[in-house]
Design a protein around this ligand. Structure first.
Ligand SMILES: [Zn+2]
Length: 279
């Protein structure tokens, strides 16, 4: 069975904790002495190419990965059909869109509509295109998103970008959830181009998501890309599956957060971040 996203994320987080213990030079309380040693360095792996080298090409869907992001090709938690979508020929792309269009016609039929009436004639094709666009994050490689935007810089204060608009699709109901995300990190010799923080969030939000996972994936991706002292991500969103159907609680907001490194271990840093995002 394919491991679930949450299993993979849990694995990434535990790898991260281990590597941070190594970096801090602390002994591992679990006594996993085999994992203690030089800090893991995987420049060129995951999604950051070594300086001056272009992003590695996709070799295979099963390439082993040392990266925190369990995918050596830089896709970041790819799903079962991610590779076939990414590497599709124009013919395969057209076939995919046609299949999807037919499926939407089936939906229209099933809800009691007439797919052949004038107003709906082009709807299946339009929706097929729209849904492929809304999930275009499956075609984004983090390697390309981050690409040349990692810079050496002696800045060691918090970098915070907040109020990044996010819209994504809930994987349980395929309806949107929308909101804002705040991303902060404390650099450790490397900084990331500011616009890239939003681009990383955008990449993961244009996939089927649950808000908790989206928050974690953004945090781990940044941790992996520039190895900062810590990363904090907070997301607030309204879920249409809650407000339009089911419990119908309009205006309810779901908040999720992921704190890594010094944001997790140092209360002062965490509080500074939480104060800054509330302004
Ligand atoms: Zn939902």
């Amino acid at each position: 069975m394919t491991p679930s996203h949450s299993d993979l994320l849990a694995e990434s987080l535990s790898k991260l904790e281990t590597s941070q213990k190594q970096v801090n030079g602390k002994t591992d309380p679990e006594g996993n002495s085999g994992t203690i040693g030089t800090p893991r360095i995987h420049e060129g792996y995951g999604f950051r190419p070594p300086s001056g080298v272009s992003t590695p090409l996709i070799a295979s869907a099963t390439a082993a990965s040392e990266s925190l992001v369990p995918d050596s090709n830089g896709l970041g938690w790819p799903a079962k059909s991610t590779y076939s979508r990414l590497t599709a020929t124009p013919e395969e792309k057209a076939a995919r869109e046609k299949k999807l269009t037919e499926a939407v016609r089936t939906i229209l039929d099933c809800i009691g509509e007439d797919p052949n009436r004038e107003g709906l004639l082009k709807t299946p094709e339009r929706y097929a295109k729209a849904v492929l666009w809304m999930t275009k994050g499956y075609e984004d490689r983090l390697a390309d998103v981050i690409n040349d935007a990692v810079f050496a810089e002696d800045h060691d204060e918090m970098v915070l970008v907040r109020d990044i608009d996010i819209s994504s699709l809930c994987e349980h109901h395929l309806v949107p959830f929308t909101g804002k995300i705040a991303i902060a990190y404390i650099p450790n010799k490397l900084v990331l181009g500011l616009s890239k923080l939003a681009r990383i969030a955008e990449t993961f939000s244009r996939r089927l998501q649950v808000q908790e996972r989206l928050t974690k994936q953004v945090a781990i991706a940044i941790q992996e890309a520039i190895k900062p002292r810590g990363v904090a991500v907070v997301m607030e969103a309204t879920h249409l599956c809650m407000t339009m159907r089911g419990v119908q609680k309009p205006g309810s907001i779901t908040t999720t957060s992921c704190m890594l490194g010094c944001f997790r271990t140092q209360q002062k840093t965490r509080e500074e971040f939480l104060t800054l995002i509330k302004r």
